[in-house]
Design a protein around this ligand. Structure first.
Ligand code: VTB
Length: 314
């Protein structure tokens, strides 16, 4: 295996520490400060690792530093070449308002195995591993996708739940889902978690769909790949500047529909630590002088699937 157990343990420690860095900002209505605190810790600790890392999914580009920017080189240079995707705080609003579901997230893969994607939106459709790959399609109508899902899962529409970001841009999809008598789980932010809800029956989410962040789509694809779930996405470029950036990053066909293994290839790890407690894991807990964190990780090559790890740090 190219990505070692040691690297995996280090990543758990890093997202744990960046989640802990946010702890003082929970409920302080300071999302930028929370993001900066988590980012600083993440950068500092990634730079100490024995890796030759490059940020392929980050927050902005060089001129937008101090966030971890696309193209930034990380690690001490003594180790494997890896692609890194970062989302130091997924759900900054949740941290700012002390709402459930924020987390600190990292995904890594072998060099050139994670798609280089600019910060733009992505239309996504995600289903669990009980649905054969390729069954649903972002180019089908909502009705067709629901019919296919209903047929394969043998569920009536009224027993199907679709998770979607609560945004005006989803007005038509929501109208259609209501007409079809499908249940909707609205989320206000955090579509990495939203997409992962299809991975286990206990979350009662059948399909995740709609337009969310492109970087979040790439990051969650790493987890969904390990979980044998289905993910399909298409980047949405609005401005000429967006389109130019994409060209420069090597995306030639701007309307390309990506299957999961065109987004993440080879060996990859996904690692997310809860900041505030949510459906997937607990948030940071402070007990005496210690912090207890909960992290979920996946590693496709070792078969790790959303294992929860508790870490105690001072
Ligand atoms: C999603 C979600 C993020 O942004 O990507 C969403 O995962 C999409 O952008 O947590 P809009 O807010 O512009 O709709 C977040 O909600 C915030 O980064």
């Amino acid at each position: 295996m190219k990505l070692s157990q040691e690297l995996l343990n280090n990543l758990i420690e890093i997202t744990s520490n960046s989640a802990i860095a946010c702890y003082p900002y929970i409920g302080k209505n300071e999302k930028i400060l929370a993001d900066k605190a988590a980012t600083d810790v993440m950068r500092d600790q990634l730079n100490k690792l024995d890796i030759n890392g490059k940020v392929v999914i980050g927050e902005g580009e060089l001129d937008e530093a101090p966030m971890l920017y696309i193209g930034e080189i990380l690690g001490n240079g003594n180790g494997p070449e890896i692609d890194i995707a970062v989302d130091p705080v997924e759900g900054t609003n949740f941290v700012a308002k002390n709402l459930p579901g924020s987390m600190s997230v990292l995904a890594v893969a072998e060099k050139d195995c994670l798609i280089n994607a600019p910060e733009t939106y992505m239309y996504k459709i995600v289903t669990g591993n009980h649905i054969p790959r390729g069954s649903l399609d972002i180019d089908f109508t909502v009705e067709k996708n629901i019919n296919i899902y209903s047929e394969i899962s043998k569920k009536k529409n009224s027993d199907i739940t679709v998770c979607i970001l609560d945004r005006p841009r989803h007005k038509e999809i929501i109208k259609e889902l209501k007409r079809l008598n499908v249940n909707i789980k609205f989320i206000t932010d955090g579509d990495v978690s939203g997409a992962l809800l299809v991975s286990d029956k206990k979350f009662n989410v059948d399909i995740f769909m709609g337009i969310g962040g492109g970087p979040e789509g790439v990051i969650v694809a790493a987890a969904l790949d390990s979980l044998n779930c289905n993910f399909q996405g298409r980047f949405l470029f609005k401005t000429a500047e967006d389109k130019n950036r994409a060209y420069k990053m090597g995306i030639k066909d701007l309307s390309k529909k990506y299957e999961i293994n065109e987004i993440v290839k080879g060996e990859s790890i996904f690692c997310a630590t809860g900041i505030t407690s949510g459906d997937l894991m607990n948030g940071v807990i402070k007990e005496n002088n210690k912090f207890i964190t909960e992290t979920i990780i996946t590693h496709n090559k070792s078969g790790l699937k959303l294992v929860k790890k508790e870490v105690s740090l001072t």
